[in-house]
Design a protein. Structure first.
Ligand code: SF4
Length: 750
């Protein structure tokens, strides 16, 4: 690409957008401490120069008034006082150690570890958890994706067998509870959607109660009544079986349990299920035929079903659609991708349960909705302390009031973040982190197939005075806790001074001789190999370690991407701040990555077939006190989670309007810009109205990311915080994922 930098201008520097999990590559011109100019980075191997409009506002994150510049300690009256770093580290270590010594390390709960673009700090946080004996963790995935992970485990052997769709090459793309025009979810989403919509040989299918931007482009829109996706998907599957649109040869070769599954699917009353979902049966049959006859189909399920009633059942049914039609392990279809590192706690076969409520822990994550119940109890195994890193559970998890109550009941809360968030306001200590553009950083949302990419981003700026990168915060805390000594590291430091080859040999020996160091692996690398990589680059030593494990896990795929060893992969990562392709997969690798004993997909999952059989043949009744279904937390052009705290970034929809159908607006007597009160069983908010013909009658929606305090007064917020309305008890019976997209609500004009 031609460098258009004039001599007097700052150079364009590669980094990434951190506002959603796609992490598009961007280039930035820095002026002073401002991200002055931003554009898509055509050199990024995944996004190829693509961005959406949000990336251009990133200076509101970097330079917003929310930045903290000193550690804070809460006074007895609830206000905060500034303290120096040495005091903060000493006191935090002592407070957490006291909890550990009195109640056991398992009473210290860790939440977060990174947002949409910052996972390097959380990787070092594993060392802090080890030093404290903390074993229970969670993050936002535990209110979004754990149901899907659990289904992956049932079908493919382990939850880590996560699939991704190849929408760029799919003949038919299906989006279930997903609006990629706004929420993206895969590279260059709008480009891919436009190509799909423009090609008469291909088809775009959307299952969603709202006529989203994606649905408006679709060839088929199954506009289900809110919360009836299970009826829609099961009717679709029943048609596939009834009309024999399934791929018997593929099923025979690669699956087991089809006959048992088919017995259940043949019992489904197709017409009745279509009626419950509010769908024309002929349209459902047309969609089934389009899917069944396509050469390739990719499907994306997202929060519209994953935070809804029957969410785990929905995930199962969605996956059966592509499995029964043989759309697995081939181009344009679904494949099990590689990963540079994992973002959750792993996926063993054994099942763990939470200490108080006994809920299922999936991929190492406590269900987000039960966290308050694990604290607000006199149970001896309750959580007594919480470390929150780059996360905001008091705003993002269901029932904010109860989450605040839980935080206030803890003996010690430590928050590591760039801002005094809604959660930090309930902390005993707040440790200010450097921003994502002030340190080496990376995201582990590497979910693509066959070309999977990873980007290690160099800092654009020095850390803001008074802040520290998270790896350094963890290092100081672990050292204050006395987890290991300089003596433990002496031989590794000496080997690192000789070179990475010598260091690799010494590391293997050290881990064998002193196995307790294994649990501090990222910090040991930070303290030994790190200093040899250059000042400020210590945290990249963990990336060197991950490059080795990535090569060991996928040697052929990494070599196909042009990296002959783990060390070569690390060299490429360091040489290409715009990102690298780290694996190039072959389609048959998807089948080899199955983790079932016989390498076959297990189609019949008894717990979910029971749930399927239990679907009633009539629509579930609504409580007349709460006649609306509220989708709490819709992704829009004007929303970006809570990463942007400064409302000035938002040019439209500044107050986060409640979307209401024209019929409902007329009934309520409100017009565009009118004000309403939204009441649920857990709370109420006021909102402005946007009358929208994209909504079905009886269905209303509020955006995510609103209701943040943005000035000195925590009570001054803009827009409605959706989780003031949601409940921890309305959750999936298997995965515990909350029903944010299906909240019983009452709406009244003000
Ligand atoms: S798609 Fe996501 S990562 Fe890319 S520019 Fe938009 S918000 Fe940022």
């Amino acid at each position: 690409m031609t460098d258009t930098t004039a001599p007097h201008e700052a150079p364009w520097r590669s980094t990434a957008c951190i506002l959603c999990a796609v992490n598009c590559g961007i280039e930035v011109r820095v002026e002073g401490r401002e991200l002055a100019k931003i554009r898509g980075d055509r050199k990024h191997p995944g996004s190829l120069g693509y961005t959406c409009e949000k990336a251009f506002r990133l200076d509101h994150y970097q330079s917003g008034p929310h930045r903290l510049t000193t550690p804070l300690r809460r006074r007895a009256d609830g206000t905060f006082e500034a303290i120096d770093w040495d005091t903060a580290i000493t006191e935090v270590a002592a407070r957490l150690a006291a909890v550990r010594d009195a109640h056991g390390g398992e009473s210290i709960f860790y939440y977060g570890g990174g947002g949409q673009g910052n996972h390097l700090g959380g990787g070092h946080g594993a060392g802090l958890r080890a030093a404290l004996g903390s074993v229970f963790t969670s993050n936002a995935l535990a209110q979004e994706k754990t149901g899907e992970f659990w289904v992956d485990g049932q079908l493919f052997g382990r939850p880590r067998c996560h699939t991704s769709g190849d929408f760029e090459h799919a003949e038919v793309a299906v989006f279930v509870g997903k609006n990629p025009w706004q929420s993206h979810g895969f590279p260059r989403a709008r480009v891919v959607l436009k190509a799909l919509a423009a090609d008469p040989e291909r088809a775009l299918i959307v299952i969603d109660p709202r006529r989203t931007e994606t649905a408006a482009m679709a060839d088929f829109h199954l506009q289900v009544k809110p919360g009836t996706d299970a009826w829609c998907l099961s009717a679709l599957l029943a048609v596939l079986v009834e009309e024999d649109l399934v791929d018997h040869a593929w099923i025979d070769a690669h699956t087991r349990g089809f006959d048992a599954l088919a017995t259940h699917l043949k019992r489904i009353p197709i017409a009745a299920h279509c009626a419950v979902a509010g769908l024309d049966e002929a349209l459902v049959r047309a969609v089934a035929r389009r899917i069944g006859r396509a050469k390739s189909v990719s499907i994306f399920e997202d929060l519209g079903i994953q935070q809804n009633v029957n969410s785990t059942l929905d995930s199962y049914l969605e996956k059966l659609v592509y499995l029964l039609t043989g759309n697995f392990a081939k181009r344009g279809a679904m494949n099990i991708h590689s990963r540079f590192s994992r973002v959750s706690g792993g996926g063993g076969r054994g099942e763990r349960r939470t200490p108080v409520t006994g809920e299922r822990i999936i991929t190492g994550l406590i269900p987000a909705a039960v966290i308050p119940d694990e604290i607000l109890t006199d149970h001896p195994k309750r959580f007594r302390a919480m470390i929150v890193e780059s996360a905001n559970p008091a705003h993002s998890l269901p029932d904010s009031a109860r989450m605040r109550e839980a935080l206030d009941a803890l003996d010690c809360v430590v928050v590591i973040d760039v801002a005094l968030t809604e959660t930090a306001r309930h902390a005993h200590y707040v440790l200010p982190a450097a921003s994502q553009y002030e340190k080496w950083e990376a995201a582990f949302f590497n979910l693509e197939f066959p070309h999977n990419t990873f980007q290690l981003r160099p800092p654009l700026l020095e850390p803001l005075a008074g802040t520290l990168p998270e790896p350094e915060i963890h290092r100081r805390l672990v050292r204050a806790l006395g987890a290991y000594t300089d003596e433990d590291l002496a031989d590794l430091r000496a080997a690192a001074a000789l070179g990475r080859g010598e260091f690799a040999m010494a590391l293997m020996g050290a881990m064998a001789e002193r196995p307790h160091l294994t649990q501090y692996a990222a910090l040991v690398l930070y303290e030994t190999l790190g200093p040899t990589l250059g000042a400020g680059r210590e945290a990249t030593a963990a990336v060197w370690g991950l490059a080795q494990t990535c090569f060991m896990a996928y040697p052929e795929a990494v070599q196909r991407a042009g990296h002959e060893s783990g060390d070569a992969l690390y060299e490429a990562i360091m040489a290409h701040p715009e990102g690298v392709t780290f694996t190039v997969d072959a389609y048959d690798e998807t089948l080899r990555r199955l983790d079932t004993p016989d390498k076959r997909v297990n189609l019949a999952v008894p717990e979910l077939l029971e749930a399927l059989d239990a679907l009633p043949a009539a629509p579930p009744p609504r409580d007349p006190q709460y006649p609306f279904v509220l989708a709490a937390g819709e992704r829009r052009t004007s929303t970006a989670n809570t990463i942007f705290r400064d409302p000035a970034w938002r040019k439209k929809d500044t107050h986060g309007a409640l979307r209401v159908s024209p019929d409902d607006a007329a009934r309520l007597g409100v017009a565009d810009g009118g004000r309403v009160r939204v009441t649920t069983r857990r709370g109420h908010v006021e909102a402005v109205v946007e009358v929208s013909d994209t909504m079905l009658a009886g269905h209303v929606s509020l955006p995510n990311g609103l209701g943040l305090a943005h000035g000195d007064d925590p009570n001054v917020t803009l827009g409605a915080a959706p989780n003031e309305l949601t409940s921890t008890t309305d959750r999936d019976p298997i995965a515990g994922t909350p029903w944010h997209k299906h909240v019983a609500a009452r709406v009244e004009a003000l």
